[in-house]
Design a protein around this ligand. Structure first.
Ligand code: 1CP
Length: 353
């Protein structure tokens, strides 16, 4: 476990310490835009079988690191492993995305949910973490992750991907007590999950609040932020061996709430491309590190435009320590893999001190 890190730029930036150049990783860096990912996924049979095999999950986690000079690896898994372990019957339907056979509909459904066991139900994720950590052998740090309670609740109540969030917002407004009960079970499960990932070898953690941005400000505080606060408080960031596991919170579409996320005591706050990085950096000062925020669509542009836009993002965050470069959201599946090399190399070259 104590293998020394050969590249600690990412952890240094999250600790707001100076780095030789800005670290970069890419949300969904292992995924469908890579032909080698599609090949491994076909071999696995299905997406969940890929997640359940520590060996194959490790293989796809490392694929983007072979191609690009990335400064972190992210566990290959999914945020929906927790609802799956709650026995909602998760299926990935081609062309439709995730679907739950038994979505959560009533107060009674919520009361019946059991907190997953991190060994018998989710041990496969922990096996993947320890396998990847070993294979990395200190090359770059490994990021573990989870969905936020609110984001997980949207999938569990809607039964899959949604555009209007009618059912889950219906629950919030018609039976807020039931919504809080569900979010509480999810927050407790997420805390167990992240602590287990730390035990298995995760060196940093990311909370994806992909759907927090669909809430009105007061509802965001009550139904999303409150539970992320619980997570920040419940994750054991200080390890007995003296290491520290930083936590990054990311609410997509939540730039206006970045100061609230910083106030939780998280180590980093992720922002998407609709937020003004320069304004937020000035506002947040040295309180937290920040991650982001290139529009993923820039990767469809000619190389010189990618370099120009990378420079624009670097300039917006400024020279102060504490910036991790990323896209503002996951990389699209139709991006040409060659463009990612242009991006990663431009980040290092244009930020080098
Ligand atoms: O067919 C396939 O191969 C499945 C595509 C795929 C992939 C590559 C899914 C299904 N999940 C993943 C991996 C994944 N998901 C990672 C791996 C690590 C990496 O970044 O390289 C991570 C971190 C996630 C997280 C995730 N899953 C989020 C949060 C981040 C985000 O993008 O906002 C969400 C919302 C999901 C749900 C999900 N998983 C998969 C799909 C198709 C969806 C639905 C997305 C939606 O509702 O629009």
């Amino acid at each position: 476990m104590a293998t020394e890190l050969k590249n600690d730029r990412y952890l240094k930036a999250l600790a707001r310490k100076p780095v030789d150049c800005t670290p970069v990783w890419i949300m969904r860096q292992a995924g469908r835009y890579l032909p080698e990912y599609r090949e491994t996924r076909a071999r696995a049979g299905s997406f969940m079988e890929l997640c359940r095999s520590a060996e194959l999950a490790c293989e796809v986690t490392l694929q983007p690191l072979e191609r690009y000079d990335l400064d972190a690896a992210i566990l290959f898994s999914d945020i929906l492993t927790i609802p799956d372990a709650m026995d909602l019957g998760l299926k990935f339907v081609p062309g439709q995305g995730p679907v739950f056979e038994r979505p959560v509909k009533t107060h009674a459904d919520i009361k019946a949910i059991k907190r997953p066991d991190m060994i018998s139900d989710l041990g496969y994720v922990m096996n993947a973490v320890s396998t990847i950590r070993k294979a990395l052998n200190g090359r770059v740090p490994l990021i573990g992750f989870t969905g936020s309670p609110w984001t997980l609740a949207t999938y569990m109540v809607e039964g899959g991907t949604t555009k209007d969030f009618a059912k889950v917002k219906g629950l919030v407004y018609s039976d807020p007590k039931a919504a809080h009960l569900l979010l509480d079970i999810l927050a407790d499960s997420v805390i167990d999950y992240l602590n287990a990932q730390i035990e298995a070898g995760a060196q940093s953690l990311m909370v994806f609040d992909t759907w927090g941005g669909v809430l009105a400000p007061h509802d965001y505080r009550e139904f999303s932020l409150r539970y992320m606060q619980k997570i920040v408080d419940g994750v054991k960031r200080d390890r007995e061996d003296g290491s520290y596991i930083p936590v990054v919170l990311f609410t997509k579409g939540g730039g206006q709430w970045a100061p609230l996320l910083a106030d939780t005591g998280a180590d980093g706050v992720g922002i998407d491309w609709t937020a003004d990085a320069a304004v937020l950096r000035a506002e947040l000062g040295d309180k937290v590190a920040m991650q982001g925020n290139l529009d993923p669509s820039v990767l469809y542009a000619p190389d010189e435009v990618i370099r120009r836009e990378v420079k624009r993002v670097l300039d917006a965050f400024g020279p102060k320590p504490g910036h991790v470069f990323n896209l503002g959201h996951g990389i699209h599946q139709y991006v040409d893999p060659a463009k990612v090399k242009v991006l990663v190399d431009a980040v290092h070259e244009l930020s080098r001190n």
